[in-house]
Design a protein around this ligand. Sequence first.
Ligand SMILES: [Zn+2]
Length: 323
Amino acid sequence: MQAVVALRRRKHEGLTERVALRRGPFLLLWLLLTGLAGAQAPEQVAPGVWFLLGEASKGYSNTTVIEMKDYLIVVDANYPGRTKELMALMPTLSPKPVRYVFDTHAHGDHSYGNSTWTKAGATTMAFTGVAKEMDRWEPGRWQTFGERREDVRATGEHDVERPKKIIAGDKFVLNDGQREVDFLFLGWGHTPGDGYVWLPKERVLATGDAAVNGPRNKLADAWIANWPRVLDKAIALQPTAVLPGHGERGGVEILSGQRQFLIDLYAAVGVEVAAGKRGAEISVTLPARDTNWVPKDLALDIESTTAEIVGKAPAGGLPHVWK
Ligand SMILES: [Zn+2]
C-alpha cells in the first residue's frame, strides 16, 4: 500500500504534495481507493476549482468541482461507477457537501450517475434541451448501451433519472457573494442542450463535450454547421482555462481546434456531396491542424455530416441510430 502512495506522489508531484500536507488522511484514503485503478489526482485550476480527468478506458467523462461558500458544485454526473469514486474523493478536496450536479448534456457518460447523486442529497440540474433529449432517446440508449455496463446495471434502474432542476432560458447564475458561477446555453452544437459552466472572475470554462481535447467526440446528435458558431461565443468569453468533457485541460486552443475540425469536416464532406457522392463513396482527408480531433473511424462523423448536408437539417434532428 505504501508503495502505491509513493508512486502516485512521484507521478503528480506539485499539487498532490501540497494537498497531501493539508488533507493527508483523506488523500491517503482516496489514493488507496483509486490509485490501483489508474485514476489521476485532481488538478487545481484556480483556488477552490478542480479538474478531474475521467478514465477513458472506462468511458468516464471529466469532472469539474467548484467550491462555494457552503457547498460544492459538480459538473457532470458521469457514469454511476465514477460517481461513486467522485463521492469518495470529495472529502480530499473540501469538507463541504455537494449541493448541485450539472449535466452538460444528455449522454450517458455525463448523466447516468444522476440518481446516485440524488440519493446522496445533491440536486441534479440541466438545461431544458437536456431533458428533451432524454425524453427523445431514453430509455432506449440506457437499455441498449447503458446496461452493458456493470455500474449502470448495478443501479437496478432502467432509465436515466431526469435532472431535478430544469433550467429554462439560456442562463442561470449561482452567486453566493464569494463566487459567481454562470451556467450558459450558447446554442445547439454537440447536442441540443449543451450547457457550459463559466466562472467569470477566474475565467475558467467547463465545456462538456461541446469541446473535447482529442478524438473522442460523436456527432450523431449535433448540429454540425451551427456548432462552430456556438464555439465562437465560447471563445468570445476569453477563458484562460478550458476544461473539456474528455481529454486533458488546456486553453482556448481546445475551443478553436474543435471548431476548426468541424468547419474542415463540413467543408470536405460538402465537396463530396456536391460531386454526387454518397455513403461509402465519400472519403475526406483533413488538414494536419485537425489531427487531434480526428477519430480512428471517421466514417461515423462523415455519415452524420452527410446526413445534415443532404437532409438540410441538423444531423441530430434527423432520425438516426446511436452507434
Ligand atoms: Zn462524453
